[in-house]
Design a protein around this ligand. Structure first.
Ligand SMILES: C[C@H](O)[C@H](O)[C@H]1CNc2nc(N)[nH]c(=O)c2N1
Ligand SMILES: N[C@@H](Cc1ccccc1)C(=O)O
Ligand SMILES: [Fe+2]
Length: 293
């Protein structure tokens, strides 16, 4: 989950220099585990047939379909055996360079707090349900595990090249809100979608958003929103293809070729787009009108 909200500039009390903290699994209350179970049960009813097979495989392999907030040490033991990744606890959003450094070393940073019962449907900051249920299953897939490590390294490079905004869009439109063409049809793999019951339906079934074939340069230029359902979804052909395209392309010349170009507005459809759904944008419009006084 990528949020432009407040990020501290130094580790908070009790955090290590790399911003990690103990998960304090024993500190979770029954209410906390109850919130996890409510969210889990909702998603386990929705995701079969909607989530990518790779995601469902990861869920099972890591036993994340079981009740209760996972213990990161136990989860990391299983995950390490599969793809060398581990899950480390952090208090919330960490600075970009800290985030990328962890990812480049196959450490996924996960918030250890969970939303309150009255926040079931929407949270602005990534909590343990979004970070672990949303992101971790895909880390059990070797191709995606490689992709995210490479993304971490690419993030440190993008910081040096001043292109974090563009690289952040690649993350947003794949890791957070990506769709993939599975054998049986379009499937969800983005964490922001699989961890949201409403968007799990909207992303595949609504005729409001655009669904466009993934194109690296196009994605890097396209704006996104962080406060509501997406107005664009990009569809990859496969995780092999995403990994190949991004790791076999040197981004420096790509960054140079788009640096001076204008951002592509949300919901715009371009001549060259591979249009899978030309959305009506009815949802976004109705929300905007609803909020317009
Ligand atoms: C692109 C940028 O690195 C991205 O927004 C990062 C920033 N810090 C983060 N920090 C945490 N804990 N989780 C995240 O998903 C992110 N996202
Ligand atoms: N190929 C990218 C690194 C990267 C790989 C995979 C995902 C994202 C970024 C670069 O040259 O910077
Ligand atoms: Fe996320």
């Amino acid at each position: 989950m990528i949020q432009e909200t407040h990020v501290l500039d130094r580790p908070p009390e009790g955090a290590a220099a790399d911003w990690t903290i103990p998960q304090n699994w024993d500190g979770y209350t029954q209410e906390d585990h109850g919130v996890w179970d409510t969210l889990l049960e909702r998603q386990m009813k929705l995701l079969p047939g909607r989530a990518a097979q790779a995601y469902m495989n990861g869920l099972e392999a890591l036993r994340l379909s079981e009740r209760g907030i996972p213990n990161f040490e136990e989860l990391s033991e299983r995950l390490m055996k599969l793809t060398g990744w581990q899950v480390v606890a952090v208090p919330g959003l960490v600075p970009d360079d800290v985030f990328f450094e962890h990812m480049a070393n196959r450490r996924f940073v996960a918030g250890n707090f969970i939303r309150r019962p009255d926040q079931l449907d929407y949270i602005q900051e990534p909590d343990v349900f979004h970070d672990v249920f949303g992101h971790v299953p895909m880390l059990a897939d070797p191709r995606f595990a490689d992709y995210l490590e490479a993304y971490g390294r690419g993030g440190l490079r993008a910081l040096d090249l001043g292109m974090l905004k563009q690289l952040g869009r690649l993350y947003w439109y794949t890791v957070e809100f990506g769709l993939v063409r599975d054998e049986e049809g379009l499937r969800i793999y983005g964490s922001g979608i699989v961890s949201s019951s409403a968007e799990s339906r909207f992303a595949l079934e609504s005729d409001s958003p655009n669904r466009i074939g993934f194109d690296l340069r196009r994605v890097m230029r396209t704006e996104y929103r962080i406060d509501d359902f997406q107005q664009n979804y990009f569809v990859i052909d496969s995780f092999d293809d995403l990994l190949r395209q991004t790791t076999e392309t040197d981004f420096a010349p790509l960054y140079d070729s788009i640096r001076e170009l204008p951002d592509i507005p949300i919901a715009a459809i371009l001549e060259k787009d591979e249009v899978i759904t030309h959305g009506t944008q009815e949802y976004a419009r109705s929300k905007a009108e609803g909020e317009a006084v």
